[in-house]
Ligand binder design. Sequence first.
Ligand SMILES: NC(=O)c1ccc[n+]([C@@H]2O[C@H](COP(=O)([O-])OP(=O)(O)OC[C@H]3O[C@@H](n4cnc5c(N)ncnc54)[C@H](OP(=O)(O)O)[C@@H]3O)[C@@H](O)[C@H]2O)c1
Length: 278
Amino acid sequence: MKVDVIGARGMLGTDLLFVLGNAGIDVKGYDLPELDITSDGGGLEEIGQCDWVVNCAAYTDVDGAETNFEKAYNVNRDGARRVAERCRKTGACLMYISTDYVFDGQNRVAYREDATVNPVNVYGKSKLAGEKEIQSAGVKHLIVRTQSLFGLNGKNFVKAIMDRLAKNDGPLNVVNDQISSPTYTMHLADAILRLLKKSKQGIINASASGECSWFEFACAITARIKPTVTVVPVSTSEYIRPAVRPAFSVLDKSLYESWTGSSMPLWQDGLREYLERI
Ligand SMILES: NC(=O)c1ccc[n+]([C@@H]2O[C@H](COP(=O)([O-])OP(=O)(O)OC[C@H]3O[C@@H](n4cnc5c(N)ncnc54)[C@H](OP(=O)(O)O)[C@@H]3O)[C@@H](O)[C@H]2O)c1
């Protein structure tokens, strides 16, 4: 199987290239500056002579998107459309990596793929717009919704907590009323490999098994790195950020399990493997 990965030097893209290469897939990676999906002359003609294009490229600064919405839409919607058009031309199947932030977080049970979407921030709206572009582009596609990624090659919550612990022994305030499933990018890359081999189309959820609040996640990180530090639960209302986050965005993985015959690893296993790797 031949696969082109866009956004290949990002947090997920780096691990995906590694996992696909290790599995004997003929994989090529593309990223800025040699490929710019926001520009018609940006190198898109280099991609798509393959079975699958995996689009991991995105504007991922959730808070930044609130003021930089033009850039968010440029990459996450218009860039996604350009990639889809290219795939339609070459006949390649397209996998678009999307997000739990297409949901408003009002559910109390895990979101299935067909749950009602209602993004509450610009990033989520721009990613949903990207999904819609792909669905209407007449290209064979699979949209993979994932969430709360952490990996070696990018900014993420685990790194932020570790940086904080390295600098300071004081108590750590972390929000306790936002629930998700923090997902290790190596585990997501394994899941993507399984999905590519299944060659299915539509929308699929893929994120860690289990769920926790950011507070619980921070406690698990701190327990391994510096157990003497106290983690204090706070509410979102005490920790105002530019972008609103869904309060509950756990994704239902039943469809993934029935397609692949396997379960996603638990977030605790992702954290352990990540910390062992660094
Ligand atoms: N991180 C999360 O928690 C999370 C959660 C749910 C879903 N996702 C989705 O998962 C995917 C991967 O996320 P990630 O965290 O790995 O993101 P990331 O680390 O920010 O990687 C995205 C990559 O895309 C590149 N890129 C940006 N604009 C581009 C353009 N115009 N043309 C080509 N490449 C461009 C970035 O380059 P620069 O770094 O130079 O800008 C970066 O290398 C994204 O689709 C994201 O929306 C992420």
